[in-house]
Design a protein around this ligand. Sequence first.
Ligand code: FAD
Length: 537
Amino acid sequence: MIRITELRLPLDHIPEALPAAIIDRLGIAGTDLLNFEVFKRGYDARKRDAIVLVYTLDIQVNNEAEVLARHQHDQHVRVAPDTNYKFVARLDAPVEARPVIVGFGPCGLMAALVLAQMGLRPIVLERGKKVRERTKDTWGLWRKNKLNTQSNVQFGEGGAGTFSDGKLYSQIKDPHHYGRKVLTEFVKAGAPEEILYVSKPHIGTFRLVSMIENMRTEIESLGGEIRFEQQVTDVIIEKDQLRGVIVNSEQELRTDHVILALGHSARDTFEMLHERGVFMEAKPFSIGFRIEHPQSLIDRARFGKSAGNPLLGAADYKIVHHAKNGRGVYSFCMCPGGRVVAATSEEGHVVTNGMSQYSRNERNANAGIVVGITPDDYPGGPLAGIAFQRQWEKRAYELGGGTYEAPAQLVGDFIKGKASTSLGDVIPSYEPGVHLTDLATALPDYAIQAIREALPAFDRQIKGFNRYDAVLTGVETRTSSPLRITRGENLQSLNIRGLYPAGEGAGYAGGILSAGVDGIKVAETVAIDLIKSCTAQ
Ligand code: FAD
């Protein structure tokens, strides 16, 4: 099979143009093209009046070796890599020792699935509820201002990405094609097949819910167990070796292999692990606001007259500005045609994030506009970033009026430094509602200054970005984990054997896809270690 990359055709090309372009590109006779498949389809919208589709294609031809030899100096014509997933082990008969996974977000889910598929019968402990019950609790905050601290946007089956835009792309290096395994499993569980070939796949919230249930069923059918409302409250460590965990402060579960897939909001668990001496260190993350514009503004700015073309979908953006005070300001987790959501897991805090449905057809586009910060901004050790996040989340709660409404301000007023008193045409989507105010004290001064400078600069990239009545809602603090539970080359904690920190909470992923990929990577290492220790006994 031959892979061609970077084959570019106009957005409105007819279907026959694709095989014709392949024949032309390879310089073969039409009869020598046996078959082709689109591996990826992206677009290049840098010239918005001449948008092109960019294909990666897998192709079968007559005389493949000869065609490849003729193109040996062409980096865009190569042998197609084998992206099928290969298990590192597969057991015919179960072994007694069972790995334990803490957390059932994308990282824990993929780790559990792969371990179950290998025959290792994992036990998953998840502090939150099953996804359908969790959905009700999450809506409880959005509709009735009532937070359940164990069952919310951050905690419960499916993890933090369940109520999300379901974007499934990542910049990580993935030489073993684990990302393909994640996407393939998602499709098996009910995700749209196109996620395998579009360059910026997304699923949206509703589909994620049923997919997660289907994946749970598969894990259980292979002998795995998923135990809900089971919070790991302590760890049993003997001579630097993990020997088990304590669940809900009472029940002991013995095991020598624990994957910690906690997510970035498990602050109580981080505190407990720190107290037990598990090595961790503060790491950089970002803070800021969510911004909302009409989606039609973003579509026009990015796609010009092609706005609305179904092959392009709702437009997204990625923008960066280097502020004079040395801070980087950038867009984060942009959600086309979606809504801003209340994402706190702690009482008396307000946190924003974004989600959408598969159709991405809601009125507003939203994105985090965030400023990079480092441990120098919150000195005080590994847990200082959590204290810093809490400080600004509490401040947002106060500025929002103390009811879980979020503080908000029009962009024009924010730049002028005056409190907003009424909305313009952009109606904020945040539930349970926004409280118009002045956001000047919602973040540290350096962040406010940097965002004030960045918004007009972004307007030069996306016309209308700085419009007066675009809405800022605060605060965006859970952009990634504020700490890293550092692991060594064997993927175990630097100082505790048998403890495998993984995913976003441990500082090794940022997003659904990369968390799933990390879950697979860690699961493979656990499988090899566990089988070795069983055969050594
Ligand atoms: P998580 O998904 O956070 O899962 C951790 C799990 O561990 C949770 O279910 C939690 O309940 C459980 N847990 C924690 N502590 C304990 C304990 N002590 N005992 C037992 N269980 C415990 N990423 C994208 O790539 N695309 C998007 O479109 C996107 N949109 C997002 C929208 C929102 C609203 C949010 C909140 C996040 C979004 N993200 C998105 C980020 C993405 O969700 C995370 O990067 C990803 O979920 C991290 O996966 P994880 O498995 O490492 O952790």
